[in-house]
Write a protein that binds this ligand. Structure first.
Ligand code: NAG
Ligand code: NAG
Ligand code: NAG
Ligand code: NAG
Ligand code: NAG
Ligand code: NAG
Ligand code: NAG
Ligand code: NAG
Ligand code: NAG
Ligand code: NAG
Length: 743
């Protein structure tokens, strides 16, 4: 057979039967052109399987293209340590020498056998095709996107939301994904080809499902490819039939488990906390130095027993369990000289014995030891993000060759600094939901003029971000109406919120600050609106709870829930439609029963979410009967650690003297074992059996007193309360220059 060179990558040879293949991925090292005109290509093959990592696969390379094919032995990576042998990862690599003058290289692999699956698949195949041109934009040989998945993906049927595949292209190309054309697609699954995200279009079947996905990359600017044989080809972005620069297959299986009771993220299913890198982050490692990253997750109703890590050979992990359902892992790895310039995909999940967290993946880029650590400062305000690079720390930096994600935004400079300033909706700023924080990210990259033939390459990549606590408490309280005040700290900010009273249900005319205190009558409708005061393009405001207290202490034991866990608790609360940055609602005025309780303070806890993130609290809506402890636990984390109450002032209302006279009038009678909310609003109160107010209110004398109490006593103030954080994020700026990449 003229199929070219055949290579057998195998471990535990001779175990012929019952191999359970979960999937695999191929990633290429940057190509090298040898002095004799041949190319050296090294590829890593990561394979996932059940049990003890028995792997056997064979690769072929077209004849006439490859003239040698060497392989390493396969090494085991991370594996299931629960004793059930559910998953095991292994990696091997091979180097091929490609003949002179070739313009592309293709590789095929195959093996046996897929884990038993409901798609009826058995043998597996993989392939990759790589264009061998030198690119006009980077002056280097073209490279392939990198991706991988964790070994064993599983999700209860009712909890399947999405799986985001990693797509990182070292050349900065656009990566698109599609299902492999020779493979059937599991029913009710769909793949967004630009986001590379697998989602469902209906109920998905229980059992193991197989996915075969092709990643292809396309240039984002017009480029020319020059080949060793002297030919060249131009690639115009506008061309609808643009051939991909590289094509590489990734395959994985997802075990759809029987449904579970609750899919609340952070409950049964672990949620990643902010210490964890974001999906798609590029981290840098240096040859000879230990590289580490941390991931932290929390599940309040399950025990996180491990993290699956799919990474390079010899990557190690240290698992640690923490309190309140938290667990973290420290992942370490020391790149060798042979790893230099590799882009290494690493994926991870947090595991419980029933399910797992979403899968996150990062890319570790191995550079020489000569990375210069630059200095940069980031400043965050509710509307703006500013970055200033210290020129002295990064010699040779020139703002004319730096760009933000959106290159039409320009950078400015003075003698000492290069500055960029942008709102959260401009310059390509991206928003991301990190569980406990919402993060806005942008980065500064170097670029080259297409006309310039550059011999010395210096790449700059400076990522910066502003992060804001997601959950915050806003209050409307008594007779204090001051102008907006925003507290900020460098690289960490707090959004401003307004909490206003409106004249009517149109929510357009605010009650003027000078008109405060607002006087409302008993049963009168009060229209209130909360708005995140910031240019928040892609953020949804969600009101998780609102409660009333008779004083400015939201923790007062005397309180009444209007909204709790996203559910309306008071039947007079009506939510009016509003934009995604605001929340408008009305209630009927009430007061607390009891003497001297003439004021009502409304405190709401609001959360910001990435709007289309199905894992976010916003997406979950009303959670009836969630465990009290759990919800508080999640809320408390933010409150305790990140939020401090702003300056609060208490101003006593001018209540008519006789309003306080008769202590007995509004007293509630505590009959039942469960104390009802000590609130009175209405003689027709449905809770009449709990609140013994009806009789009293029906008498003339009490009505008079009642009226007196309410004139000027139930007052809402539109006002802004700002909380600020004391916690500074250790590492949200990341500046580096790296040089290299000469071929
Ligand atoms: C492959 O291995 C042979 C023998 O060990 C060696 O001579 C050759 O240089 C190797 N080729 C590559 C591309 O590493
Ligand atoms: C699967 O692989 C085996 C062994 O390589 C081969 O004999 C068989 O024909 C293959 N089956 C299919 C359906 O390709
Ligand atoms: C993929 O996602 C993007 C971004 O959300 C969206 O604009 C696009 O329409 C989606 N594509 C398909 C085919 O759904
Ligand atoms: C796909 O989803 C729809 C809607 O949930 C469901 O009715 C249908 O049975 C599903 N198809 C399969 C093959 O499971
Ligand atoms: C790419 O080339 C085409 C044809 O030459 C041209 O029309 C188009 O404007 C170019 N696009 C960019 C982004 O330069
Ligand atoms: C490579 O291409 C050049 C120019 O076309 C030609 O002179 C040379 O003979 C070719 N080499 C091989 C090995 O084909
Ligand atoms: C992994 O570690 C072993 C033992 O320390 C070593 O022999 C091997 O070369 C390492 N492999 C890689 C790829 O670093
Ligand atoms: C899963 O974990 C829970 C709580 O730790 C334990 O009660 C249960 O027995 C475990 N189930 C399995 C199948 O290991
Ligand atoms: C340059 O701008 C930075 C950032 O705004 C500022 O801190 C610095 O003082 C300025 N330097 C000079 C010389 O104006
Ligand atoms: C809202 O505004 C419109 C026009 O300004 C007015 O006709 C309508 O009565 C208002 N609605 C309420 C509830 O006040």
């Amino acid at each position: 057979m003229e199929a070219g060179l055949l290579l057998l990558l195998s471990a535990l040879l001779g175990t012929a039967a019952a191999l359970s293949f979960y999937g695999d991925s191929i990633s290429f090292m940057p190509l090298q052109k040898k002095s004799d005109g041949t190319f050296q290509v090294t590829f890593y093959h990561r394979q996932n399987s059940r049990g003890s990592c028995q792997t056997q696969s064979s690769f072929t390379c077209d004849s006439g293209v490859c003239n040698s094919f060497n392989s390493s032995s396969i090494q085991h990576g991370d594996q299931d340590n629960t004793g059930q042998g559910q998953w095991c990862q292994s990696e091997g690599y091979a180097t091929a020498i490609i003949s002179k003058n070739k313009t592309s290289f293709s590789l095929r692999g195959s093996g046996c056998c897929w884990v038993s699956n409901i798609n009826g698949k058995r043998n597996w195949t993989t392939h990759a095709v790589l264009d061998l041109g030198t690119r006009s934009d980077s002056h280097t040989l073209n490279s392939c996107p990198v991706t991988t998945t964790v070994s064993y993906l599983r999700v209860p049927q009712n909890c399947f939301k999405r799986i985001s595949l990693l797509t990182h292209d070292p050349d900065g190309d656009n990566v698109r994904c599609r299902f492999s054309s020779d493979a059937s697609v599991p029913s009710n699954f769909t793949l967004n080809e630009t986001l590379c995200m697998l989602t469902s279009t209906g109920q998905v079947d229980i059992g193991t499902q197989i996915f075969e996905v092709i990643l292809e990359d396309f240039p984002i600017t017009n480029i020319t490819l020059t080949y060793a044989d002297g030919t060249s080809a131009s690639r115009e972005v506008s061309d609808p039939n643009l051939p991909s620069l590289c094509k590489v297959k990734v395959q994985f299986s997802v075990e759809i488990l029987p449904p579970i009771l609750s899919c609340e993220v952070g409950g049964m299913q672990p949620i990643f906390l902010s210490k964890t890198p974001s999906h798609g982050d590029v981290l840098h490692a240096t040859v000879g130095q230990t590289f580490q990253f941390y991931a932290q997750a929390q599940a309040q109703h399950a025990r996180i027993n491990d993290f699956q890590i799919n990474g390079p050979q010899n990557m190690s992990k240290l698992f640690k369990e923490g309190e309140s359902g938290k667990a973290e892992v420290t992942v370490s790895w020391t790149p060798q000289q042979s790893d230099l310039y590799r882009f290494i995909p690493v994926c991870f999940t947090a595991e419980t014995n029933k399910t797992q967290s979403e899968m996150r993946c990062i890319v570790v880029m191995v550079t020489q030891a000569s990375i210069i650590q630059g200095k940069a400062t980031v400043e965050c305000s509710p509307n703006m993000m500013k970055v200033a690079l210290d020129k002295a720390s990064m010699p040779g930096l020139n703002e004319n060759f730096l760009k933000l994600i959106d290159p039409s935004c320009s950078l400015t400079s003075n003698n000492t600094h290069i500055m960029g300033s942008m709102s959260f909706s401009t310059c390509g700023t991206k928003v991301e939901d990190k569980g406990d924080f919402i993060i806005f990210k942008n980065k500064i990259n170097s670029f080259e003029l297409p006309s310039e033939v550059i011999t010395r390459r210096r790449e700059v990549q400076i990522e910066f971000s502003c992060q804001f606590p997601k959950a915050i408490t806003v209050s409307s309280y008594y007779s204090l109406h001051k102008s907006d005040y925003i507290f900020t700290e460098s690289s960490f900010g707090t959004f401003g919120y307004t909490f206003e009273i409106f004249h009517d249900g149109n929510f357009t005319n605010k009650v003027d600050a000078r008109a405060y205190p607002v006087e409302v009558q008993l049963l009168q409708k009060v229209f209130m609106g909360i708005e995140a005061k910031s240019e928040l393009p892609n953020v949804k405001l969600y009101v998780e709870s609102c409660k009333a207290t008779p004083d400015d202490n939201p923790e007062n034991s005397l309180s009444y829930d209007l909204i709790k866990n996203g559910c309306l608790k008071d039947e007079t609360v009506k939510v009016h439609p509003s934009g995604q940055n605001s929340f408008n609602f009305e209630i009927q005025a009430f007061k607390f029963t009891g003497p001297l309780l003439n004021q009502v303070y409304i405190t709401c806890s609001v959360i910001l979410c990435e709007p289309d993130n199905p894992f976010s609290r916003c997406a979950q809506g009303c959670l009836e009967n969630p465990s009290r402890r759990r919800r508080r636990g999640l809320g408390m984390e933010t409150v305790d650690h990140y939020i401090t109450q702003g300056p609060l002032q208490f101003v006593r209302s001018a209540v008519p003297n006789d309003a306080n006279k008769d202590d007995s009038v509004m007293e509630k009678t505590d009959k039942g074992p469960v104390s009802p909310p000590p609130v009175s609003r209405d003689t027709e109160s449905k809770s009449e059996e709990h609140w013994n107010t009806k009789q009293i209110l029906n008498t003339n004398i009490s009505t008079v007193v009642f009226a007196c109490i309410f004139v000027g006593s139930v007052v809402f103030m539109g006002l802004i309360v700002f909380y600020f954080s004391k916690k500074r994020k250790e590492e949200d700026r990341n500046a580096l220059i790296h040089s290299g990449w000469e071929q």
